[in-house]
Design a protein around this ligand. Structure first.
Ligand SMILES: NC(=O)C1=CN([C@@H]2O[C@H](COP(=O)(O)OP(=O)(O)OC[C@H]3O[C@@H](n4cnc5c(N)ncnc54)[C@H](OP(=O)(O)O)[C@@H]3O)[C@@H](O)[C@H]2O)C=CC1
Ligand SMILES: O=C1OC[C@@H](O)[C@H](O)[C@H]1O
Length: 384
């Protein structure tokens, strides 16, 4: 009963966090959002409410009416729209940081433009359509001394759950990792047929959308990058779009890893809706860890450790010195991003190398399956 009460309290507070007053001594980081994207409220607008040093100041949408409606709904001060709206937002001198939740295939162009305009960028996952584009974005960020962060909120680093799992692995209690198995699947019906995830030219595909998480989790928990893709199996919705992908990898130390991602698991027997599968299992020499809901752990999660024939279940909603049980992965991520921009050490980070390696693995799966990488952007940055 108390866990049900805890869940309700966490979720309601996460959705309506206590507003924090900005400190009069600090200049808040002003964000501009590119696109009235569905993910923006969860990923940035709500988290910002409980952060004393951040504010969402502006939004741009391809249609000015859409941007205005979005701004009104979310209490955003400034609106840009029309064909030049994105660029105008980027050029606004009052904006410090850009949140880029555009379709994957537009991440590269608009992140490059934002960096060129001197803005820090919180960039939605996956970084871009290719590792090469990811390299270029980070090279520009470094050159301009700007913060660029792939918004792998769940994650590896930002939320205490992933930290705790990693700590158990690294404690040596279970011995060396032998295999990992990581899944992220969504029941059919959540994504409409015209969703950006099913559009090849916009960088769609299950491997891009959900696959980037399972690959990321695999690399983190196994502590290494795959050395080869042994096999890939997929189901398509169109010739180049995978609705479901399963793959098997070999990693250094003879670790074997499997991943599964699916944007629309069909109902069992045609009628019984499937449940989301958000599970990772890490098998080690002397035991195993099963993590349930590593992607949205604030809602509910469990870390089940089996060692020496004994089972224990752990929870990790906060760090000893950071967070609240209702802090979402996005709130933890915002904490790190603001600290980094302000020149303070973040509690966790997704490095350039990490983002690049993740895209390399995504591309290697598409290469093995024969579907090929998603198309590279035709945006050519101006030469200086
Ligand atoms: N971190 C996370 O938990 C999540 C991350 N994501 C990531 O965020 C990004 C956006 O996802 P989501 O919010 O679900 O997607 P949406 O389709 O809701 O948003 C995409 C936005 O892109 C803009 N856009 C610009 N050009 C196009 C175009 N040609 N076709 C379609 N849209 C266009 C639209 O903005 P406009 O308003 O200007 O029309 C739209 O608001 C993806 O990269 C996805 O991987 C998504 C969900 C969760
Ligand atoms: O967290 C997520 O869950 C649903 C996905 O489709 C989305 O893009 C992803 O980031």
């Amino acid at each position: 009963m108390s866990s049900v009460f805890g869940l309700v309290k966490r979720v309601t507070t996460a959705l309506n966090p206590p507003a924090t007053q900005s400190s009069p001594d600090t200049k808040p980081l002003k964000f501009g959002i590119l696109g009235a994207a569905a993910i923006a409220p969860d990923a940035l607008i709500t988290p910002v409410k409980s952060h004393p040093e951040a504010v969402v100041y502006a939004v741009a949408a391809r249609s000015k009416d859409r941007a205005a409606a979005f701004a009104k709904k979310h209490g955003i001060e400034k609106v840009f729209g029309g064909p030049t709206g994105y660029q105008e937002l980027i050029d606004d001198p009052d904006i410090d940081a850009i949140y880029n939740p555009l379709p994957n295939g537009l991440h590269y162009e608009w992140t490059m433009k934002a960096l060129a305009a001197g803005k820090h960028v919180l960039l939605e996952k996956p970084s871009a359509n290719t590792a090469e584009e990811t390299r270029n974005m980070f090279a520009l960020a470094e050159k301009k001394d700007l913060v660029l962060l792939e918004a792998f909120h769940y994650r590896r680093v930002f939320h205490p759950v992933a930290h705790r799992v990693k700590a158990v692995i690294e404690s040596g209690e279970l011995g060396a990792v032998k295999s990992t198995s990581t899944a992220l699947t969504i029941p059919r019906g959540f994504m409409k047929a015209d969703d950006i995830r099913f559009n090849y030219s916009l960088g769609g595909g299950a491997m891009m959308d959900l696959g980037c998480y399972v690959i990321n989790a695999t690399r983190y928990f196994a502590g290494a990058n795959p050395t080869s893709v042994e096999s890939v199996d997929h189901e398509l919705t169109s010739p180049q779009i995978d609705r479901r992908t399963a793959a098997k990898f070999t990693l250094p130390g003879s670790i074997t890893s499997t991943i599964l991602c699916d944007l629309g698991v069909p109902p069992t027997l045609g009628v019984i809706p499937s449940l989301p599968n958000i599970k990772a299992v890490i098998k080690c020499e002397k035991g195993e860890i099963e993590v349930y809901n590593y992607v949205m752990p604030t809602l509910y999660h469990s870390i089940t450790v089996t060692a020496g024939g004994k089972k224990r279940v752990e929870k990790a909603y906060t760090f000893p010195d950071l967070g609240q049980p209702w802090w979402t992965t996005y709130r933890y991520q915002l904490e790190a991003f603001v600290n980094k921009v302000k020149g303070r050490a973040p509690h966790a980070w997704v490095t350039k190398e990490d983002s690049i390696s993740n895209m390399e693995v995504v591309e290697s799966v598409y290469a093995k399956s024969g579907l090929g990488s998603r198309p590279t952007s035709d945006y050519v940055p101006p030469s200086d």
